[in-house]
Design a binder for this molecule. Structure first.
Ligand code: AMP
Ligand code: GLY
Length: 426
């Protein structure tokens, strides 16, 4: 079959890479793609947020399956429009995508469905938000309700920090319209994990667990980013934890959406905090995580095309997923200065040598200029390896990264440290 993938980041590179290796798939087209994706797919220069352009492309290409990677086109209703034209689509309609598009909607639905999550309030008024912060005290979490590319969350250690964040968001200074409503949350403590599910109506198929490092600096310090690295499996997600997340988080939220008339077809991503009181939901996303998708696709043994088509066609029941044993680990290389300011257009060399050292380099924010790969975004590369242990996967990636020729690149040196510590304690 022919598959159209929408998006052009590391996640979409991993999806295209895996689809190209699926026996069921004869052709992969990607819009807009990137220079790395070009190795796996025919890239067509239509932006992932250009809904009209994507509709025209789908009508011209007539794919047998459309896989929508990023959240923005989902929230804009690309899934609805494609389905209206009869295309099998992997990715939820707009109403279900609201689970990610609006944190206030999502938290209220969790509350209605009895899904465990942090205590919260939604505010549009600065004074009321400040009153809540003063009465709850710090540490406290402030979130822009709308989409903010993983950056709209402030885990404030002091009341002042929280109040400044609220003022900034509600004044429209940071995150624009996305910050016109804020969610204030109790601060949860524990280890975080990403639990992803392939969902098709009432059928919910858990994927292998993974864990993402969202903070910029080693030791999970510094500001939150879109993700600095990830690995799968996450040893903190035992079979028991996975079962609890499926039964108390994934199933009830999908049922609550259905009750509201929103059927879910696509990836449900539950970001969970494993607290002393059990797993609690930090957030829902309605697509594969980035960078979690890179290690997940590296470990997936099943035919991705068959699985996603079955989900799109409501035939997921009975489908099973098979995973490589061992660990897949992905270190994200960013432009130095991300997530604030950074220069684009810097030449990146040594990519072949990094891959020759046993990794797969997934491209995110890269572009090609006069035949040279340059950085074009904040998160630029996802260097990924699969090995029997976390420690070995980490060593392969970090040794390979010594071959990278890009002085303006930055990466954390400790991706996977919690899993390594667990491994060493056994
Ligand atoms: P979110 O986009 O909602 O997942 O938030 C991004 C990150 O902020 C999460 O991965 C957590 O590290 C942190 N975070 C979000 N909500 C909370 C919370 N209620 N308590 C503690 N940390 C949180
Ligand atoms: N890795 C976090 C996210 O995809 O939102």
């Amino acid at each position: 079959m022919k598959v159209l993938v929408v998006g052009g980041g590391g996640r979409e590179h991993a999806l295209c890479w895996k689809l190209k290796r699926s026996a069921s798939v004869s052709e992969v087209v990607c819009a807009p793609g990137n220079p790395g994706i070009k190795r796996e797919a025919r890239c067509v220069n239509v932006d992932a947020e250009d809904i009209n352009g994507l509709m025209k492309l789908a009508k011209a290409e007539k794919p047998d399956l459309v896989v929508i990677g990023p959240e923005v086109p989902l929230v804009l209703g690309l899934g609805n429009q494609l389905r209206e034209e009869g295309f099998p689509v992997y990715g939820p309609d707009k109403a279900a995508a609201n689970l990610e598009g609006s944190k206030s909607f999502s938290k209220r639905l969790m509350h209605e469905a009895g899904v465990p999550t942090a205590r919260f309030e939604v505010h549009v008024d600065v004074k009321e938000a400040v009153d809540t912060i003063r009465s709850w005290g710090a540490p406290i979490v402030v979130k822009a309700s709308g989409l903010a590319a993983g950056k709209g969350v402030i885990v404030a250690q002091t009341e002042k920090e929280a109040i400044d964040a609220v003022r900034d968001m509600l004044a429209g200074n940071s995150f624009g319209e996305a910050g016109s409503q804020v969610v204030i949350e109790e601060c949860l403590v524990g280890e975080e994990a990403s639990c992803l599910f392939i969902v098709s109506g009432d059928t919910i198929l858990p994927m292998a667990s993974s864990q993402d490092h969202k903070a910029l600096l080693d030791g999970d310090k510094g500001p939150n980013t879109g993700g600095m690295g990830a690995y799968s499996p996450a040893p903190c997600v035992t079979d028991d934890v996975a079962e609890i997340v499926l039964e108390t988080i994934a199933r009830p939220i999908i049922a609550a959406l259905k009750k509201k008339g929103a059927e879910f077809i696509g990836t449900l991503y539950a970001g969970v905090m494993l607290t002393a009181d059990g797993p609690k939901t930090l957030e829902f996303n309605v697509r594969f995580g980035d960078p979690e998708c890179q290690p997940l696709m590296s470990r997936l043994k099943s035919d991705l095309g068959t699985v996603l088509l079955a989900a799109a066609n409501r035939q997921l029941e009975g489908v099973e997923l098979e995973w490589e044993e061992g660990t897949a680990l992905c270190v994200v290389v960013t432009s130095d200065g991300y997530p604030t300011n950074f220069d684009k257009g810097q030449a990146i060399g040594g990519l072949d040598a990094v891959e020759a050292a046993g990794t797969t380099v997934f491209h995110a924010g890269t572009a090609e200029k006069d035949g040279v790969i340059v950085n074009s975004g904040g998160r630029v590369l996802g260097v990924t390896a699969v090995a029997p242990t976390v420690k070995q996967a980490q060593q392969i990636v970090y040794t390979a990264l010594e071959k990278l020729q890009w002085p303006g690149g930055f990466y954390r040196r400790d991706i996977g440290y919690r899993a390594v510590a667990r491994e060493e304690n056994i």
